[in-house]
Design a protein. Structure first.
Length: 465
């Protein structure tokens, strides 16, 4: 009997669709196909064809964006208003990849500057790395697939993609658009399988690059099992810190922090989680965030008015509730929220001064919870902000340029936003975690570079150079 995957709404559990789970033989067939393509240069897609395919793909996705946004909201739980923005970004990302193919070029290596290098020319070219296996996450079900699959197609790598089993419809939608745009089907294969079979896929020696978006525990574990020679790009989560000094414009900062903290119910790897506010304004920050939070519409992600949707699984709601209860019992003050609204939704929550060793302070909460910590000394606040195993994006709010630059320098982060929230991102910027938050660099062009390798060619002339 064929195993079926039921794709259900995280909000009310209704069945969206049923899909066939792949067997080991089908995964093996995908690997054989990808390996053959990678080692047969005669079947390579010329750049001009890849550009045309991606441009047509962008047009097809753009034409179907409203349908795809509604399906993404239904399967992933992100409110429709934000899912629409996700589809806009997806279209931009596909076009960015098409435009950037002409940047995948080599460089000249100096020769004729020493006796041993005389009569020689040298240069590099960039070649596709080989078969790519991409394992993706649920929280941006369409655009994350864009960031993993589209760069592979752009540089000429065959790609096998395993979407999150909670949100596979968006992945299938994107791949269908690629095929409709003229991509030969054997260049991209979608695999729906259990974790055990996924691990066999990822660790197969025929895989040249493994792209992973998801939990640090899973990502680092898989990396330790990769076949020798397999490269990887890992994008995990964090517990993003924000430093607010006494000069900051709180009225400007509050709506940004609210958006960064409660966007997709906090299920974002760079979501605002730990806000360090100067003691003179900490209560005002907590109160202001609470005032915004109490006005937010929580519920069905398919409703136009919804601002905060469900968490992806009921067990995640229970986990968030346990972490918040731990912070409350340990002395954290719940300004707003702190309770389940249903089995699938958790109230937007603000906690003032939870203990430094509480889970909400030390681990990625991945839920609609913002912690506010009062500080006296900015340098001590930065030290606390850095004192976690994660390092991704951070922020500082201040009117003082010296404070802004000094704080940016001291924060251990791959990117620091000044007077903006930690979840800011455009798809052409580098996106990378440090420490346990990741490895390699994401973003359209950076990923394209990660999926190519430099080859040097040295030409020795018979005395004419």
């Amino acid at each position: 009997m064929t195993n079926k995957l039921k794709v259900v709404s995280p909000f009310d559990g209704h069945v969206i669709t049923e899909l066939e789970l792949q067997t080991e033989s089908k995964v093996e067939a995908a690997l054989i196909q990808a390996d053959r393509l990678a080692h047969n240069s005669d079947e390579a897609l010329p750049a001009v064809e890849r550009i045309a395919i991606l441009e047509r793909t962008a047009n097809i996705v753009e034409a179907k964006a409203e349908v795809f946004a509604k399906q993404a909201a239904e399967e992933g739980g992100k409110p429709l208003v934000d899912s629409r923005i996700e589809l806009e970004r997806a279209v931009q990302g596909i076009r960015e990849a098409a435009r950037s193919i002409n940047q995948m070029v080599g460089r000249e290596i100096p020769m004729n500057i020493t006796t041993s290098s005389r009569h020689r020319m040298a240069w590099t070219i960039r070649e596709p790395i080989g078969p790519v296996v991409a394992v993706s996450a649920f929280n941006h079900p369409f655009n994350l697939i864009v960031h993993q699959v589209i760069p592979a197609i752009a540089v000429g790598c065959p790609v096998i993609v395993k979407p999150a089993l909670t949100t596979p419809v968006s992945c299938l939608n994107l791949v269908a658009c690629l095929f409709a745009a003229g991509l030969p089907h054997h260049w991209c294969t979608v695999v729906l399988c259990d974790n055990e079979l996924a691990e066999k896929l990822v660790t197969d020696p025929r895989v040249s690059l493994f792209s992973f978006i998801g939990s640090a525990k899973v990502g680092w574990s898989l990396r330790s099992k990769l076949s020798p020679g397999t490269r990887c790009i890992l994008e995990h989560g964090g517990a993003a810190p924000v430093i607010i000094d006494s000069s900051a414009d709180i009225q400007d900062a509050l709506p940004l922090l609210v958006k960064g903290g409660y966007y997709h119910a906090g299920q974002v790897c760079v979501s605002v989680q730990r806000v360090f506010a100067h003691e003179s304004i900490a209560n005002d920050v907590a109160t202001g965030l609470s005032d915004f939070a109490k006005q937010m519409v929580v519920g069905n992600p398919e409703d136009e008015a919804t601002e905060v949707g469900p968490l992806i699984l009921e067990r995640e709601v229970n986990r968030v509730a346990q972490w918040v209860d731990e912070a409350r019992v340990s002395g954290g003050v719940i300004h707003i929220g702190g309770s389940k609204l249903s089995n699938t939704c958790y109230a937007p929550t603000v906690i003032l001064n939870p203990p430094d060793d509480a889970k909400v302070s030390t681990e990625e909460i991945f839920g609609p919870v913002i912690n506010v910590y009062s500080y006296t000394d900015r340098l001590e606040a930065i030290e606390k902000a850095n004192h976690v195993p994660f390092s991704f994006q951070a922020a500082v709010f201040t009117k003082d340029i010296d404070t802004a630059l000094n704080t940016s320098k001291r924060l251990n982060a791959a990117a620091v936003m000044i007077n903006d929230h930690t979840a800011f991102r455009v798809d052409w910027m580098p996106f990378a975690g440090r420490k346990t938050s990741g490895l390699g660099v994401g973003g359209i062009v950076p990923t394209m570079l990660e999926m190519t390798e430099e080859k040097m060619i040295v030409f020795r002339s018979l005395g004419y150079l």
